[in-house]
Design a protein around this ligand. Sequence first.
Ligand SMILES: CC(C)(COP(=O)(O)OP(=O)(O)OC[C@H]1O[C@@H](n2cnc3c(N)ncnc32)[C@H](O)[C@@H]1OP(=O)(O)O)[C@@H](O)C(=O)NCCC(=O)NCCS
Length: 160
Amino acid sequence: MLGSEHHRLRQLRLASLAGDPQAFGSTYAREAAQPMAWWERWAEQSERGTSQRTFVLEADDGRWLGLALVRLDEQSSGSAVLNAMWVAPAARGRRLAALLCEACAGWAAERRCLELTLTVVVDNGAARRAYELAGFAVCGETTWVRDGRTLEELVMARAL
Ligand SMILES: CC(C)(COP(=O)(O)OP(=O)(O)OC[C@H]1O[C@@H](n2cnc3c(N)ncnc32)[C@H](O)[C@@H]1OP(=O)(O)O)[C@@H](O)C(=O)NCCC(=O)NCCS
């Protein structure tokens, strides 16, 4: 994704938060309220690719069908974190999440990371299944609390 594609990034990310609010720690309201400069920064950082990168799934006709964000883990050197995973409903069940996971894993490995981690809400069976198919295994549990919302999550990791 290019830095100039921040409008498309916003549209795609907001579609994910509106369509599957239970899957994410962030919310539609929180991100819809962000100024355009916030989206520009996200897209620019992705194009630069030094600390993070966003991968999008593009259909043959150019439509964007999904995304995933990978970033270096500021808390743990040698580790990267996968966030914001989403595949549009019409494209689900075709192992496209695994393609996004591979792209994120490749980026992290190029930056000498030894593992890629993520969190998934405990009752999100489809996502857990998709991550297991992409080589992740559950390695712990955590609780996410923000803006009065509490999510019980599994921690998953994949060696790189
Ligand atoms: C989780 C998600 C990214 C998986 O993407 P995907 O490309 O459909 O993944 P897969 O094709 O590997 O399918 C994974 C599982 O999803 C389920 N699934 C299959 N077709 C589906 C469909 N049409 N709709 C919903 N779920 C479906 C199945 O359980 C499947 O596993 P199985 O084929 O072994 O039975 C996608 O469902 C999604 O965007 N969900 C909403 C957002 C979300 O949960 N993001 C993850 C946050 S941690």
